[in-house]
Write a protein that binds this ligand. Structure first.
Ligand code: ZN
Ligand code: ZN
Length: 227
């Protein structure tokens, strides 16, 4: 695929580049903060050990240190170490979240790339097809849909990639994410995420039209999960 063709298919990859760059920057900042916390803890322990050695015995952090001043210093050090440990725990959690964010960005980019490639390849194939060939295929797809029960609400995907696809920038609809073609039906749910569906993709046909209100499988599933 040429560069221009790839751009036309919408796979510019810019989004994932930015997401990964900002993720890497956050990860570096978190690593630096973690190093600083670790360094501060080590310095604190060294400081108490020094004081203990100067005091003439004990390891400073064991509770057997003799002088009252050293005991007070140890108590302060322990509470500071606890605070820093909490901070490091929070930094570690943020670091994990950053890694997950990078993974999600890549995952999303791969999904989008697959979708764009399918649309692009279909556009190339459709260009070479005659109109008669398309008409035969679409009638065939609707015929298949007749066999499936529309009441089952199941997805009938036959013919999804046989849609004529002249322009890859045309808006897409339906569960199959293809351009509009043939008979379409609108979901009556006002905040439907998709709105328009191909008859064949939702198990309908010209002969088997819906009477009254039609709610798409996505909205039906949402409704029943809300109840
Ligand atoms: Zn809907
Ligand atoms: Zn469809």
């Amino acid at each position: 695929m040429s560069c221009a063709a790839a751009m036309a298919a919408g796979c510019d990859g810019g989004g994932v580049d930015r997401a990964l760059a900002s993720g890497a920057m956050r990860a570096r900042a978190l690593d630096d903060a973690m190093d600083a916390e670790g360094g501060a803890c080590a310095a604190l322990v060294r400081e108490v050990m020094h004081a203990a050695a100067a005091d003439g015995g004990g390891d400073g952090l064991s509770a057997t240190s003799s002088s009252a001043a050293l005991k007070a210093m140890r108590a302060r050090a322990v509470s500071e170490l606890e605070t820093r440990a909490k901070t490091m725990r929070a930094l570690a959690d943020a670091r994990v979240a950053t890694a997950q964010g990078a993974y999600d960005a890549v995952d999303e980019a791969i999904t989008k790339l697959d979708r764009d490639l399918a649309v692009f390849e279909e556009a190339v194939r459709a260009r070479d097809r005659s109109y008669d060939d398309l008409a035969v295929r679409n009638v065939g797809a609707l015929g298949d849909a007749d066999a499936a029960s529309p009441a089952s609400g199941g997805f009938v995907g036959s013919g999804a990639y046989d849609a004529p696809m002249a322009n890859p920038n045309e808006p897409t609809y339906c569960i199959c994410q293809q351009v509009s073609f043939g008979e379409m039906i609108a979901c009556e749910n006002d905040d439907c995420p998709i709105e328009w569906y191909h008859f064949a993709c939702v198990g309908l046909s010209v002969k088997n039209k819906v009477k009254g209100k039609w709610i798409c499988p996505t909205c039906k599933k949402r409704e029943s999960s809300r109840r």
